[in-house]
Design a protein around this ligand. Structure first.
Ligand code: PEP
Length: 247
């Protein structure tokens, strides 16, 4: 079986301050050598240089929360993959459900963003997931599969990506998928990935949706859950490190 190093990624969303940068980078650095996971901090882009600088010399990584599909040009407000990389990022989240919902991002746009990230040498974390209505209608796999279909072209070029399975009904709601629900979807995603590219067995599939220190161990114990994408709980140093310790 392919051995995959767990990845715990903190998505700060629209939160951040000099105090938060200091507290979270300090805690992550201290924990990094004693946990069984790669730790990644994804602050708002404006904080990336400060976070990267505070993390220098440690194994903790930095990533963006979104990226432009364009390399450069007249796209006011956008940030390119090359810029994220130049400021110290190694990863970038694309297709988070909040971007799909509040910014109308289609799976095709998400795929173009993932391609832009790859072209600049960043590892894209491609988020997929169904809404509650879709799950209740038994369409969870259909929805996730159609979101994944958009990145087929990318998978022909690289397997240096991460998939974030984030059921929309579990994000920021306090409702976590059961370990069985997460495992079921992760196994389907894994099967799909390997069908596209025989080298895809090492791709990490991380779970997101109300992950906390007290539910992390059961989720991470699932054979196809390779880590967590953590929103709210990543803003509390103790809670976030508690999750990292429960891998
Ligand atoms: C997220 O923002 O990706 C997320 C999973 O949020 P939360 O952990 O707060 O549910």
């Amino acid at each position: 079986m392919t051995k995959r190093t767990a990845l715990i990624a903190g998505n700060w969303k629209l939160h951040g301050s000099t105090d938060l940068v200091q507290a979270l980078t300090r805690a992550a650095k201290q924990a990094a050598s004693s946990v069984n996971a790669e730790i990644l901090l994804c602050p708002p882009a404006i904080w990336i240089p400060a976070v990267a600088s505070a993390l220098q010399g440690s194994s903790v990584k930095v990533g963006g929360q979104d990226v432009s599909a364009h390399e450069q040009g007249a796209y006011t407000g956008e940030i390119s993959a090359a810029m994220l990389k130049a400021c110290g990022s190694q990863y970038v989240i694309v297709g988070h459900s909040e971007r799909r919902r509040h910014h109308g991002e289609s799976s095709e746009l998400v795929a173009r963003k993932a391609e832009a990230a790859f072209a600049a040498g960043l590892t894209p974390i491609v988020c997929v997931g169904e809404t509650l209505t879709e799950r209740e209608a038994g369409q969870n796999w259909l929805v996730v599969e159609s979101q994944l279909n958009a990145i087929r072209g990318l998978l022909n070029k690289t397997t240096e990506i991460v998939i974030g399975y984030e059921p929309v009904w579990a994000i920021g709601t306090g409702k976590t998928a059961t370990p069985e629900q997460a495992q079921e979807m992760h196994a389907l995603i894994r099967q799909w990935l390997v069908q596209q590219n025989a080298q895809a067995g090492h791709i990490r599939i991380i779970y997101g949706g109300s992950v906390k220190a007290d539910n992390a161990a059961a989720l991470m114990a699932q054979p196809d859950v390779d880590g967590g994408l953590v929103g709210g709980a990543s803003l509390d140093a103790e809670e976030f490190i508690g999750i990292c310790r429960n891998v």
